[in-house]
Design a protein around this ligand. Structure first.
Ligand code: SF4
Length: 169
């Protein structure tokens, strides 16, 4: 993820959504921090307010599930909390298809992300590791496969599947 400050708002720029007028008397500017009244962050040596714009690079292609959008939204929520700023959208870039998908952090996506984060915290607190079945399409491209080792630790295959695999063998 690169929380790059690519979207500029202010001073007095009305072309950008969320544009705000900068208060030159505000001395709260920091290298990358608060002080923009929720509309942007100030960068040392640069005038105006800058909106963090999370961009997540993925090697593969767009997936059917909502995983990537939830991951990006979680990054945005962290940045919003850290910087006291509102982030309306971000982007996913897929290397294989060389396509960019703009993701809007709407209520539904924020709710889903928060629900999953709460569940993750609960599992962590209880010391439980969720058992997820190995799925070659999903897991073989996952950067966590070396740590997750789903073939070993994943949900036990059914007897039918085990026999089928053994006979195919
Ligand atoms: S390797 Fe683990 S974390 Fe990655 S997709 Fe498979 S089950 Fe999920």
């Amino acid at each position: 993820m690169s929380p790059s400050a690519v979207s500029r708002s202010g001073p007095n720029r009305s072309a950008e959504p969320g544009a705000v007028a900068e208060d030159p008397s505000d001395s709260s500017a920091s290298p990358f921090g608060k002080g923009g009244g929720g509309l942007g962050v100030r960068l040392r040596g640069v005038r105006g307010l800058w909106r963090p714009y999370p961009v997540e690079y993925k090697r593969g292609q767009k997936k059917r599930g909502n995983f990537d959008r939830v991951q990006l939204c979680a990054q945005a929520l962290c940045l919003e909390e850290m910087l006291t700023v509102c982030i309306a959208d971000g982007a996913l870039f897929y290397g294989r298809t060389r396509r960019r998908e703009i993701v809007t952090f709407d209520h539904a996506l924020r709710d889903e992300t928060e629900r999953l984060a709460t569940r993750m915290h609960t599992l962590h607190r209880e010391g439980r590791t969720p058992v997820v079945p190995y799925d070659s399409k999903r897991c073989d491209r996952c950067s966590l496969i070396g740590r997750c080792i789903p073939k070993t630790t994943g949900a036990a295959p059914s007897v039918e599947k085990y026999i089928r695999l053994a006979l195919a063998g």
